[in-house]
Design a protein around this ligand. Structure first.
Ligand code: DX5
Ligand code: ZN
Length: 216
């Protein structure tokens, strides 16, 4: 399969959200990436379930929801009701990660786990076969527009190896500082899905930028 592009709606113009959603609908992008931040797990608050529902009303593609919140178990069924197809939680925010992953699947969603830049791939060894997606953070979570951390390439290679050895079906998603320079290198290292916020929405022609990322 060729790589997928998931524009992060965190970088959209919230006063023109419907316009930006329609742009993604029309584009070559594959998923909508929805960043939920609680001001506790990360030092920023983005938006929550009401905004997610509003996006879902117009969005015609897969809803890929990235929860940067503590104790995500409390909201799993709410995000299902709000239209999430894929629900990703942070390894660092879950005491009983196996239970959380099972709860996401029991709601009929695909389950993802995200790792902060300092968290080694090896912590996934005993959960990888149960995951549909692993999201490697290539910036410290909390804000769009940060610079890509180069150590990510090494982690993608390690994760690809773990997935192949374990027989897991998980796809590898990269989030943070993605642009047309690192995108082809990430794909070559084994990445399947690239999230891009600022690079898409702050560009002059977001449709063309998405197309460029898709082809790079
Ligand atoms: C950061 C979020 C990202 C962010 C990416 O915590 O998880 O999805 O929106 O934005 P850029 O592409 O601008 O780094
Ligand atoms: Zn994200």
């Amino acid at each position: 399969m060729s790589h997928l592009i998931a524009p992060s709606m965190l970088a959209a113009d919230f006063a023109n959200l419907q316009r930006d959603i329609e742009m993604v609908n029309k584009s070559e992008a594959d998923w909508f990436h929805i960043d939920v931040m609680d001001g506790v797990f990360v030092p920023n608050i983005s938006f929550g379930i009401p905004v997610m529902k509003a996006i879902k009303k117009h969005a015609k593609k897969v809803m890929d929801v990235h929860l940067m919140i503590v104790d995500p178990d409390r909201y799993i069924s709410d995000f299902k009701k709000a239209g999430a197809d894929i629900l990703t939680v942070h390894y660092e925010a879950c005491t009983h990660l196996h239970r959380t992953v099972q709860a996401i699947k029991a709601e009929g969603m695909q389950a993802g786990v995200s790792l902060n830049p300092h968290t080694p791939i090896a912590v996934l060894e005993d959960i990888i076969v149960h995951l549909d997606l692993v999201l490697i953070m290539s910036v410290n979570p909390g804000f769009g527009g940060q610079s890509f951390i180069e150590n990510t390439y090494k982690k993608v290679i390690q994760l690809k190896d773990l997935i192949e050895k374990s027989g897991s079906k998980a796809v590898i998603e990269i989030d943070g500082g993605v642009n047309d320079e690192n995108c082809p290198k990430l794909v070559a290292a084994g990445a399947d899905v690239l999230v891009a916020g600022s690079f898409v929405f702050k560009s002059k022609d977001p449709l063309a930028t998405i197309s460029k990322l898709k082809k790079s």
